[in-house]
Ligand binder design. Structure first.
Ligand SMILES: [Zn+2]
Length: 483
């Protein structure tokens, strides 16, 4: 800092008008069994260094150079150091709604959720999304694409083509609060907002612009905030007008669109027809992600892949809801990029990325009756760098490389002991689980130490969630009685 500038800061600090932020700390982790996920890299024993900006400075095999210094030097003792998981598709506000609708497929499960959700206010969704974000962090998911719950209630058809009365908007900053919740938790995120069909086209766009302005103004310089996106809603819309509106919004505001599509095995022809509405509207392209995308056909796959669109796969959610198995090897053969997500915490129930890896492998290998149908490396890739690629954030996260954010996990295969490591990637994917996850770092900062979270007081969050959920339960019960 220049002399005069330093004097000014000290003077201003003395007057109490400038807060001197503590300098960010640097980290040097040595003796780690590092899985970088950088294409071409095999796992190695080496070191990882982070800068004060929260990014990786160096990651390499062997011992760090003698002159390399850091505020904290940690001997990893041979533990795995691997990229934080990315959830390419999540609904964080559903975190306090687990175990509901457990005998139902998508639409019935959705109704069980809506029974409570419809009574939530803007403050409730802050605490619910905070709960979900903390849960992700503790489980080693450091970046999430999050569909925020919309303020609209009443008009959301649960089934395709279902007729329901027009939606109304609940008052309050629903979307803003869910952005704030993720940032307060310390989770890196893409925030995806829906375009509820309430009011005129101008009113819909004005509401979107308000949320975009809020995000830019309050989080534009926060490295946790990656970007905004829209949550496509054509699957549940009655006309193609929705596809054209979404295509317009994507183009005008430069936003990515992830749309739940071809998820349920019910009324498939009706769902498939809507694919062509997106194509006709010009929505398809690299900025378009199909969420789930299970009930496809070769024509749909060909058009989607040709446009550069991608898909997100939710193995645990798809199996819990009986939605079916997305044919991932076939999709990749078509050239479609694939990301992996944890989906709603209320239908994935346990947002465990290690379990998600193994269920993904199990589904595909069982479908193909072939253990070569999907490799352990590819499965891990899809949940890390592959997801980053579909979300177009691979320059920032997804692998451990200099210049990217230092979002990584420390996983100890010896606690509890899992035996000798013969094949590091296979061991990490098949033999390790949440119980081996020891530390979670986001931007070089420790956010979870074991199951203990360092960014928020969990007792406070839990109290808020319990009180609010009791109110929602009471409101839902009162409504049930009226019916
Ligand atoms: Zn979803």
């Amino acid at each position: 800092m220049k002399h005069r500038a330093l004097l000014f800061v000290l003077f201003a600090a003395a007057l109490g008008c400038v807060q001197l932020a503590p300098a960010a700390e640097t980290l040097l982790i040595r003796n780690g069994r590092i899985i970088t996920m950088k294409p071409g890299d095999a796992p190695f024993i080496g070191y990882l260094a982070t800068g004060a900006d929260g990014k990786i400075i160096a990651v390499a095999e062997g011992e760090p150079p003698a002159g390399m210094k850091a505020d904290h030097v940690i001997d990893a003792g041979g533990k795995f150091i691997a990229p934080g998981f990315i959830s390419a598709h999540s609904h964080l506000f559903t975190s306090p709604l687990r175990g509901l609708g457990h005998t139902e497929t998508l639409y019935g499960w959705g109704r069980a959720n809506q029974r409570l959700n419809q009574h939530a206010n803007a403050e409730d969704v802050y605490w619910f999304a905070l709960h979900g974000s903390l849960d992700f962090l503790r489980n080693g998911i450091t970046t999430a694409y999050d569909f925020s719950i919309s303020p609209a209630v009443g008009g959301q058809a649960v089934g395709v083509g279902e007729k329901v009365p027009g939606p109304v908007l609940r008052p309050g900053p629903f979307e803003e609060n869910q952005i704030r919740a993720k940032a307060d938790a310390g989770l890196r995120f893409i925030d995806s907002v829906s375009l509820p069909r309430v009011g005129t086209r101008e009113e819909i766009l004005a509401r979107l612009e308000k949320v975009l302005a809020y995000a830019k103004e309050n989080y534009g310089s926060n490295p946790l905030f990656l970007k905004m996106a829209i949550s496509g809603g054509l699957q549940r819309a009655p006309t193609k007008e929705t596809a054209f509106l979404e295509a317009y919004v994507m183009k005008t505001y430069g936003l990515m669109n992830q749309s739940h599509f071809l998820e349920s095995p019910e009324r498939v022809p009706e769902q498939q027809e809507k694919f062509y509405w997106y194509a006709e509207a010009g929505a398809l392209g690299p900025n378009f992600i199909f969420g789930h995308f299970i009930q496809t056909n070769p024509d749909i796959l060909r058009i989607a892949a040709k446009s550069g669109a991608s898909m997100s796969w939710q193995p645990m959610s798809n199996s819990r809801l009986g939605s079916g198995v997305a044919d991932i090897p076939l999709y990749r053969a078509f050239g479609l990029k694939v990301g992996v997500g944890l989906d709603d915490q209320s239908c994935t129930d346990l947002s465990d990325p290690f379990l998600n890896l193994r269920i993904g492998l199990a589904l595909i290998r069982t479908k193909y009756k072939d253990a070569k149908a999907l490799s352990v490396y590819d499965m891990l890739y899809l949940h890390t760098l592959g997801s980053a690629e579909t979300l177009q954030i691979a320059d920032k996260v997804g692998s451990l490389e200099p210049g990217k954010f230092a979002d990584f996990l420390v996983v100890d295969p010896m606690d509890p002991d899992t035996g000798p490591v013969h094949d590091p990637i296979a061991h990490y994917v098949l033999a390790c689980g949440l119980r081996n996850l020891k530390q979670v770092y986001v931007g070089g900062k420790l956010v979870a130490d074991g199951t203990h979270l360092l960014t928020q007081d969990e007792a406070v969050v839990r109290r808020e969630v319990d009180t609010r959920m009791a109110r929602l339960e009471a409101a839902a019960a009162a409504l049930d009685e009226k019916k």
